[in-house]
Design a protein around this ligand. Sequence first.
Ligand SMILES: [Zn+2]
Length: 76
Amino acid sequence: MAHPIIAPRTAAPRTIPAPVAIPVREWLPWAAFVGILALALLYIVGLEQGATQIFHGEWVHEWVHDARHVLGFPCH
Ligand SMILES: [Zn+2]
């Protein structure tokens, strides 16, 4: 396998970007929102209409049944 000719790099000075400081009060509400959303999704996919039930019927179970088995949640 032929290797391409690579031009030698010149020692150009690199500037390292300074990290941007994001105040906690700006990202904490988003972190809480995403965390609550993730827990709600985990509950719906893993537990709803299985051990516990918020919604009537079996449509959530039918909708997420295969995902439960793939993710290892006990279903039935
Ligand atoms: Zn099931």
